[in-house]
Design a protein around this ligand. Structure first.
Ligand SMILES: NC(=O)CC[C@H](N)C(=O)O
Length: 382
């Protein structure tokens, strides 16, 4: 095996089923455990690492060459790396990108993230697809026994409320808009709407997509109540993405139910979609290996159009449990699972995938316009 960074620091990855992979460390010299999931995106490793929805998960990328474009301080979806660990096939020793300020391995080391390269990620992905996601552990130094022990001791994500772990401590205003070559991130111009966003682990690009559409955004901690939100007189409420199991987030389910009942225009993404479903009385369940990638086909049921979407979820709403005041708007063409629904009695809708992409295609960004449309209609009828 060739070690591209000179020094060979062995590392081992073990799965809870006892499978072991030997490779080399490209991050912190430590150990980590988490649920191992595979992501099929070909680019966007920095956005993936910093997506708070990956908290508690060790991510492996199916694309084999990672690190080619280095990292930069702009392409982050939150303030730090959130994934519990990282697994890749080959890390490139040469960085080629005009925006790069650091190599991926140096970034992983600086952020104290345990990561392994040089393993057969295709074999690993096949195991996860066939048997389903499972716990795993990476141990730098290569102690197989220790890695198996750690993997077996890691309990997985079902029943875990991680939204309250990753959320902001305090409310804050968000004014950063989309990125442009030459100028970088723009700032909010004139604002037309005030959106209150629940931070269950929100990705920054979601907030930028709202700012780009003239929304002034106030971000609130996950455990804020409907009364906290109403005090801010919002035109709309946004329920963010986030890690872990939606079911134990009872505080969020209750707040969402109250706000939707009051008729406040509401938009939910991913964990926010699951919370909106639970608030409506539907049920969620753990998926076998989830959806993680930037190339997932989803059908818009109203138009029949097929959209290529970004996805990152391990739980899903059971469509058969949706009450009659919810209509299905989107479905996955990979496995037929529910991807979006709208309330028929209230101005509220949600999407399981990631319309903000980052990384990924922008096929579903019209959902942000739909949210603005709901706020506009509500404003006019006031
Ligand atoms: N990206 C997300 O919001 C993920 C939602 C939830 N944690 C899941 O895995 O299904």
């Amino acid at each position: 095996m060739q070690f591209p960074f000179g020094q060979q620091v062995p590392a081992v990855l073990a799965l809870a089923d006892g499978t072991v992979f030997h490779g080399y460390s490209i991050g912190a010299r430590s150990e980590t455990a988490g649920e191992v999931v595979f992501n099929t995106s070909m680019s966007g490793y920095q956005e993936i690492l910093t997506d708070p929805s990956y908290s508690g998960q060790i991510v492996t990328l199916t694309y084999p060459h990672i690190g080619n474009t280095g990292v930069n301080p702009e392409d982050v979806e939150s303030r730090k790396i959130q994934a519990a660990g990282f697994i890749v096939k080959d890390v490139q020793p040469v960085i080629s990108n005009f925006r790069a300020t650091q190599s991926l391995p140096d970034y992983l080391k600086d952020e104290n993230i345990v990561a392994i390269a040089g393993i057969d990620t295709r074999k690993l992905t096949r195991i996860l697809r066939e048997k389903g996601s499972q716990s795993g552990a990476i141990v730098v130094g290569g102690d197989e026994k220790r890695a198996i022990e750690l993997a077996k001791a890691c309990s997985g994500l079902a029943g875990q409320d991680l939204a309250k772990e990753v959320t902001t401590d305090k409310a804050y205003q968000w004014t950063e808009a989309g990125w442009e070559l030459g100028t970088g991130y723009k700032q909010l111009g004139d604002s037309k709407y005030h959106v209150v966003a629940f931070d269950f682990g929100v990705k920054r690009n979601i907030l930028r997509m709202l700012t780009d559409r003239g929304c002034k955004v106030t971000v609130l901690p996950a455990q804020s109540t409907a009364a906290d939100v109403m005090k801010l007189s919002p035109d709309g409420v946004f329920l963010s993405n986030g890690p872990g199991d939606p079911q134990p987030c009872t505080y969020a389910i209750e707040a969402a139910r109250d706000l939707i009942e009051k008729g406040v225009p509401t938009f939910g993404i991913c964990l926010g979609h699951q919370i909106m479903a639970l608030a409506a009385g539907a049920k969620t369940q753990k998926m076998k290996f989830g959806h993680h990638g930037a190339n997932h086909p989803v059908q818009d049921i109203e138009t029949g159009k097929v959209l290529i979407t970004s996805q990152n979820h391990g739980f899903a709403v059971d469509e058969s449990t949706l009450p009659s005041n919810c209509k299905v708007t989107h479905k996955s063409l990979f496995d037929g699972s529910l991807q979006g629904f709208a309330r028929t009695d209230k101005p509220a809708f949600c999407f399981q995938g990631h319309p903000e992409a980052s990384p990924g295609p922008g096929d579903v960004d019209y959902l942000f316009d739909r949210f603005v449309g709901l706020m506009e209609t509500a404003k006019k009828s006031k």
